[in-house]
Design a protein around this ligand. Structure first.
Ligand code: SAM
Length: 474
C-alpha cells in the first residue's frame, strides 16, 4: 500500500524541536515520571515522510535504535537513500501504514513520535493510530502526538472549503497549488473590502499564501484534515489506556482547569500532546528536578544587559522568536533570563546559570532561587530545560566540523538542521562553507579553498554564525 498524494508530492522536510526524544524525556522527568535512558532506547516515528526528523534524531543520538514508517514509498525511498548517504546504522525505514504495526512484531518503543498524522487521516485510521500508540508504547514510554485543534483551526477549514470551490483534485499537484494560490490572492483582495472577515481570516490567509508549496498542498487541499477539541482527544486517549500528560511546550501547566478555555481565548489551532500510559498520574513541575538540568531561553536580548539594569527596578525587554516582546521587572527573573539570553542557543548547566545570575543580581544563589518562580518561567516558554547536555560546540576550532546531516542539508539546498533541532535558512555562501566542514580542513585550508567565493561573504562570519547556532560538532 502506498499513499498516492504523498507519492505525487513529497511533504516538506521538517524537524520538530518539541518532538526531540531528549525533550520528551525532559517533560516526563519534570513531571516526576520514570523515563528510559537514551542509551539503547527504541524510537518509532509514525508517518515520518522523508525522515528528516528521524534522521536528525538518529544522528544526534547514535545510542538510539529508530524505526520510521510511512505508507508513501517514494518518501521512504528518499529517507533510506539519505540514511545510507549519512552512514547511519541505527535506524530503519519501512513503507508501512500505521495499521501494519498491529500485525508486525516490532515490540515496545520508549519514544513514539506521531506528528502531523492524527488530523490528516480518516476516522478509522485515526482509531488505529490510537490503538497502535496504546500497544507500541513501552510501560514508561513517552509519545508525542500533534493534531489540529478547534476552535482555532476552524478558520483553516473555512479556507479549505473556499479553495475546494476552485481546485480540481484530479489535476497535477503543481496545477492545484497554482490555482489555490491564485484563489487565495483573489480572496485576499476581496477581503480588503470586507473588514470583519479580513480581521478573522487575514492571518490564516497570509499563512496559506506564505506556505511552502508542499505544505499548502497537503494542509489545505488534502481530502482529510480534521480538527479536534483538546478535551475530546484527552478522552479518546484515555479510552486506550493513555494519559494526555501536557502539551510539549509545557504551557498551561500552572492551571490545567483553564486549558480548554485558553484554547478558545487564544483561538489555538494546534496542540502537541505528550502522552504516557495511564498508570502514570499527571503531576506538576518539580522545581528540584529542574535544578539538575541544562537551561536555555528562546528569548533574545533587545539591549545590552548591565548589572545596573538588573539590580534596579528598570524593566528589561526581550524578544520571543514569534516576535512578541516580553518585559520583565523582577530582579531575579531579569538576572536569570538575561544570563541565559546572553548565551543564546547555548544551554548552561542550571547551577552555573543560577550562580551567574546571582552575581549579576548581587544576591546569593539560595536567595535568587527563592525569589524565582522557575516553574512559571518554564510554562511561559521563557526557560527551556533539558536532561541532556548539548551535543555541539560553541566555539570555532582549528578544524571546524559540522554534522553529516547539516552538510547534506546544505549540499542539497535544504534548510539546515541544527543540533538543537531548529532549521536555519543559510545564504548560498554559508552553505558552501558548511559543505566543507567535514573536519579534514584546518582554518588555513578553508580560507584557501573558499577564497574564490569569499567576496560574497566572510568565511569567519559564517563560522561564527554556525558556532552561535548549534551547527558545529568539533
Ligand atoms: C502531514 S505529513 C507529516 C509528516 C511528518 N510527520 C512531519 O510532521 O513533518 C503526514 C504523513 O503521514 C503519512 N500517512 C498517511 N497515512 C498514514 C498511515 N495510515 N499511517 C502512517 N502514516 C500515514 C503520509 O504519507 C505523510 O507522510
Amino acid at each position: 500500500m502506498t499513499d498516492p498524494r504523498y507519492d505525487a508530492l513529497a511533504y516538506a522536510d521538517y524537524v520538530h524541536r518539541d518532538a526531540d526524544v531528549a525533550h520528551l524525556a525532559t517533560v516526563a522527568s519534570l513531571l516526576g515520571h520514570p523515563v528510559a535512558p537514551l542509551r539503547g532506547a527504541r524510537v518509532l516515528d509514525i508517518g515520518c515522510a522523508q525522515g528528516q526528523h528521524l534522521l536528525a534524531l538518529a544522528e544526534l543520538y547514535p545510542e538510539l535504535e529508530a524505526l520510521g514508517i510511512d505508507p508513501s514509498e517514494r518518501q521512504i525511498d528518499e529517507a533510506r537513500r539519505r540514511a545510507e548517504r549519512l552512514g547511519l546504522k541505527n535506524l530503519r525505514f519501512e513503507a508501512w501504514p500505521a495499521e501494519r504495526l498491529l500485525e508486525a512484531q516490532e515490540g515496545a518503543f520508549d519514544f513514539v513520535v506521531c506528528q502531523g498524522v492524527y488530523s490528516w487521516v480518516s476516522a478509522s485510521v485515526r482509531q488505529t493510530l490510537v490503538e497502535v500508540l496504546g500497544r507500541a508504547l513501552a510501560r514508561d514510554g513517552v509519545a508525542f502526538l500533534g493534531f489540529n485543534t478547534q476552535p482555532g483551526w476552524a478558520l483553516g477549514q473555512v479556507l479549505r472549503h473556499a479553495l475546494a470551490q476552485y481546485v480540481d483534485p484530479s489535476a497535477a499537484p503543481a496545477r492545484q497549488i497554482a490555482t489555490a494560490r491564485a484563489a487565495l490572492g483573489l480572496l485576499g483582495q476581496s477581503l480588503e473590502r470586507t473588514t470583519p472577515a479580513r480581521a478573522a481570516l487575514g492571518a490564516e490567509l497570509d499563512r496559506a499564501l506564505g506556505a511552502d508549496p508542499a505544505y499548502l498542498f497537503h494542509e489545505y487541499l488534502s481530502p482529510e484534515n480534521h480538527a479536534f477539541y483538546r478535551a475530546d482527544v484527552v478522552a479518546t486517549l484515555r479510552a486506550a489506556g493513555l494519559n494526555y500528560c501536557c502539551d510539549a511546550d509545557l504551557s498551561g501547566l500552572d492551571d490545567r482547569s483553564l486549558l480548554d478555555t485558553l484554547d478558545v481565548i487564544a483561538m489555538r489551532r494546534y496542540h502537541s500532546a505528550v502522552v504516557v500510559r495511564a498508570h502514570h498520574p499527571v503531576g506538576a513541575i518539580d522545581p528540584e528536578r529542574l535544578v539538575a538540568m541544562h537551561w536555555v531561553t528562546p528569548l533574545a536580548l533587545t539591549q545590552d544587559i548591565t548589572p545596573g539594569l538588573v539590580r534596579s527596578d528598570s524593566r528589561l525587554t526581550f524578544e520571543h522568536p514569534d516576535g512578541q516582546r516580553i518585559t520583565l521587572s523582577d530582579v531575579a527573573a531579569k538576572a536569570l533570563v538575561g544570563t541565559l539570553a546572553a548565551h543564546r542557543h547555548r544551554p548552561l548547566r542550571a547551577v552555573d546559570a543560577l550562580s551567574r545570575a546571582a552575581r549579576l543580581a548581587d544576591l546569593d544563589t539560595p536567595t535568587l532561587w527563592r525569589q524565582l518562580a522557575p516553574a512559571a518561567l518554564v510554562t511561559r516558554g521563557w526557560l527551556r530545560p533539558s536532561v541532556e547536555a548539548p551535543r555541539w560546540v560553541d566555539a570555532v576550532s582549528e578544524h571546524p566540523r559540522a554534522s553529516a546531516l547539516a552538510r547534506d542539508d546544505a549540499a542539497t539546498g535544504r534548510d539546515v538542521t541544527t543540533r538543537d533541532l531548529r532549521q536555519l535558512t543559510l545564504t548560498p555562501f554559508e552553505r558552501a562553507v558548511l559543505c566543507q566542514l567535514d573536519g579534514t580542513r584546518d582554518l588555513a585550508a578553508l580560507w584557501r579553498d573558499l577564497a574564490p567565493q569569499a567576496l560574497e561573504g566572510s568565511c569567519g562570519d559564517a563560522l561564527n554564525t554556525f558556532a552561535q547556532n548549534a551547527l558545529l560538532i568539533g
